[in-house]
Structures are given as C-alpha cells and as structure tokens.
Write a protein that binds this ligand. Structure first.
Ligand SMILES: [Zn+2]
Ligand SMILES: [Zn+2]
Length: 337
C-alpha cells in the first residue's frame, strides 16, 4: 500500500530543548498493520513526557521516533482484521499503545503494569505527524462536535490525572493538594472540585495560580509553600523530587501523596518522623488502563471540563516544547493542523 508522504517531527538528537532535539522531516505515510487503523491527525497535544523524551530523561527505545500521544483524528484506512472502527470514525490515540493481555498484571486488570506494554511516541511513531497508526483496540471514540484542540489534552493530561486522583485516595469532601499546575493538574483539579473537594494548589507560576482560582481552587500559593490546612491527599504533577518531602509534610495523618509523572528528579533523603510516620503514604502512578481512559472520557463527555489550551501550528512543535520547558504555557499546548 503506497500512501504517499507526510510531514512529521522526530526526536533526532535527545538533549536539552535549547539544542533543538526535534527535527522536521518527510516520512512515508505508515501502512496500518494487522489490527491497526491509519488515522489522519487533526490535533496532537504536547505532553511533558514528550519533553522528557526529547531531552533524553526517558531514553529512546528506537531511533528517530515521532513523539506525541494525545492525538485526535479520523480513521482513513484499516489493516488486516481491523473491523471495529469504520473509516471516517473520529478517535483519540493515547499513551498506552498495547499490552500482552496474558501476564498476571493484564489478567488482574492492571494492564498499565504489563512488562510488555508499549507506548505511543516511544515504542512506535506518534502524533507529531500528518498520520499515525494505532491498534484499534487501544483507541478511543471521541465526540464529533468537540474541537480537536479541546479533546487532545484529555487523552493523556486528562486520563493520567484521573488515575492519579484515584491513586491518591481522596476521601469524599476531602482536602486535596495539587503540586504543579500544567495541563494535567488543571483538568484534575476541576474533577476534584466537581466531586466536592477543597483543592489547594502549589505552583511557582503566578498565571497558573490565577487559572487555579478561576477553576474553583480554594487557595493557590507558591510551589513549596504550606497550604492553609492539612491535606488528606495530594498529587505531585511537577517533575521535582525536592517537592516530595514538602508535600509529605503538608499531609494530615493518614494522608496519601501520589506522584503523577513518568519522570521525577531525585527525591532528597526523607525523615521517617517528619515525612512518613502517622501512616502517610507515598505512591506512584504508572500510565493508565484502558478502563481508566474510557471512564475518564465518558465523564468528560457528560460534563465537559474547561480545557485551557495554547494552539501552535504543526510547524512549531519545537517552539511548543521550548515554551513548555520554560513554563510559558498556560494549560495545555496543542499542535493543530
Ligand atoms: Zn501483560
Ligand atoms: Zn502524556
């Protein structure tokens, strides 16, 4: 099947974003393999994980991979045995690309922990391109009427935030701390507010603090400041290990801190009494299951969140990453075709 060529970005030389790790290229439009669909991309959101991949914090799994795992588009072709989605169907492609379906983690409903799991934009080419392929069983149908720019950030920022909120065991009506206030945090905070939580936001960005208050947060302060009341649960979105002891110390007895990101700088030495005693819990969040994705996207389509985006033309993917690295993006950066 010869489908012509497309514009794409690849991670050519992983390194600091100032060294321009992304390269703009022409690639053949990929042919969908067995069980896969070919999707024409309308928009792809820019996740902090893309920045970690570009900068080499996450080592490449294959050379010159197209990043991007929050893509919205339409099915334009189907591979062998792909029958679930009709051509023309509007879908979202997320981070989890495939799992084995047979290991003990997959079998107990924890496919996010599958040792053979593969990821969009890391193990296979992603959405910083005109087209991408994905396994039809791992893509999500998305509503026709919502602009792609507003849907794309839901596919990782939204879904991962949803899982992080589950993992931090926030009690009903509880007090939630949110450390860092980028794309994922701004969606997750809205979920928690809707559930009746008091949300306290800690972030170094003054504009992000303003956005947090507009979205219903109870308070907003600087990144390492103490919240105005002890917290039942917190989520660390900022990839900053130094904030782990700060956030643990701000928890009430029995509270839980969930680290949402895939990469964190080193955690300083903890002091058992100050940071963990009184049954405080520190846990991580690793990707998501498809059940998380469906549950979150169903909820987002019933009660659409306010999605704050900064649109970039497709040609400006490297600029979007630089802006994300420098905290210049309010909400989510999205590449729009
Ligand atoms: Zn598995
Ligand atoms: Zn992501």
């Amino acid at each position: 099947m010869n489908l012509g060529e497309m514009d794409a970005w690849v991670v050519a030389r992983p390194g600091p974003v100032a060294s321009r790790p992304l390269e703009r290229v022409r690639l053949p439009v990929p042919a969908p393999g067995p069980g896969e669909v070919l999707i024409e991309v309308e928009a792809c959101a820019v996740c902090r994980t893309d920045l970690h991949l570009a900068e080499g914090d996450l080592p490449p799994r294959r050379p010159r991979t197209v990043p991007g795992h929050e893509a919205v588009g339409r099915v334009v072709a189907r591979g062998q045995d792909a029958v679930r989605l009709e051509p023309g169907a509007r879908v979202g492609v997320a981070w989890l690309r495939s799992t084995c379906g047979r290991c003990r983690h997959c079998l107990r409903g924890a496919e996010n922990l599958c040792p053979l799991s593969a990821y969009t934009g890391w193990d296979a080419d992603g959405g910083y391109a005109g087209y991408l392929t994905a396994r039809e069983e791992y893509v999500y149908p998305v509503p026709e009427e919502t602009p792609a720019e507003r849907l794309a950030p839901l596919l990782c920022a939204g879904i991962i935030g949803y899982r992080a909120l589950l993992r931090c065991d926030l009690p009903p009506g509880g007090r939630l701390g949110v450390y860092g206030f980028g794309a994922s945090a701004h969606l997750t905070a809205q979920l928690a507010v809707a559930q009746g939580a008091a949300v306290h936001v800690m972030t170094r960005s003054a504009r992000a603090r303003e956005l947090a208050m507009r979205l219903g947060a109870s308070s907003a302060q600087d990144a390492a400041d103490a919240p105005p009341e002890p917290l039942d649960a917190s989520i660390l979105f900022a990839p900053v290990g130094e904030l782990v002891p700060v956030a643990l110390e701000a928890l009430d007895r029995g509270g839980t801190l969930a680290v949402a990101g895939i990469h964190l700088s080193d955690i300083p030495v903890l002091n058992y009494r100050r940071h963990l005693f009184q049954e405080r819990t520190l846990r991580s969040v690793t990707a998501n299951t498809r059940a998380d994705g469906r549950a979150y996207l169903d909820q987002a389509s019933a009660h659409p969140p306010e999605v704050t985006t900064v649109a970039y033309p497709f040609d400006a993917a490297d600029q979007a990453l630089s802006d994300l690295a420098a905290d210049r993006v309010e909400g989510a950066a999205v590449l729009v075709r």
